[in-house]
Design a protein around this ligand. Structure first.
Ligand code: GRF
Length: 194
């Protein structure tokens, strides 16, 4: 199976997927990076890994549909089977959802449905949560709303700072995302227990 990873920023989850695929712990090929922010560090990671990237700024297109049509063309050219969102900071619209229905997943740094949207880690800290975590879910038209595939808890300690909590959450993401994808791509429809 050929995967396209969509990322807008640092791309540490993209990196972990590349690494797992290299070590053959993920029986899929990370075949394309789609990036909506020229200059994002994820693009350098793609270059270093020899993974092709499609970098396009939505503001250079007439509207969202035109932007997504260009992305879709690239996905078709590369014969992409599956879309993995990893820090992609925009909603997926109908153009991509229609073609990749049930084949788009996202990772979010909270136990959904708690703390959706931006800055989930800050939201968890502000709420005084003692447990937060990471969720992998199918993507629908909403913000962090699609059916949940897997989640894993991360404890919030009294002395946790934003940095320390973020580090724990990212470590959890880097292990959970490849494991979930491996099961998903091998056809398991069961909920994956953490
Ligand atoms: C991750 O925390 C992910 O859960 C969220 O955005 C962050 C992306 O981090 N959706 P990175 O770009 O993969 O380092």
């Amino acid at each position: 199976k050929k995967i396209a990873v969509f990322a807008s920023g640092n791309g540490s989850n993209f990196q972990s997927l590349i690494d797992f695929s290299r070590e053959e712990k993920l029986q899929a090929s990370i075949s394309l990076l789609v990036c909506d922010r020229p200059g994002a560090f994820a693009i350098e990671r793609a270059l270093a890994a020899g993974t092709p990237s499609f970098v396009a700024s939505p503001k250079d297109f007439a509207d969202k549909q035109a932007y997504e049509s260009a992305v879709l063309q690239e996905l078709r050219n590369e014969k992409i089977d599956f879309i993995v969102l990893a820090g992609y900071m925009r909603l997926i619209g109908p153009t991509l959802l229609r073609e990749y229905d049930g084949r788009i997943v996202n990772i979010h740094p909270s136990l959904l449905p708690a703390f959706p949207g931006k800055d989930a880690i800050g939201q968890a800290l502000a709420a005084g949560a003692s447990v937060t975590g990471v969720t992998v879910h199918f993507v629908d038209e909403g913000m962090d709303t699609g059916p949940i595939i897997a989640s894993r808890e991360v404890a919030v300690d009294n002395n946790d700072t934003r940095e320390s909590l973020q580090k724990k959450i990212q470590e959890t993401e880097h292990a959970l995302y490849p494991a979930v994808l491996e099961k998903l791509l091998n056809g398991s429809k069961e909920r994956i227990e953490s």
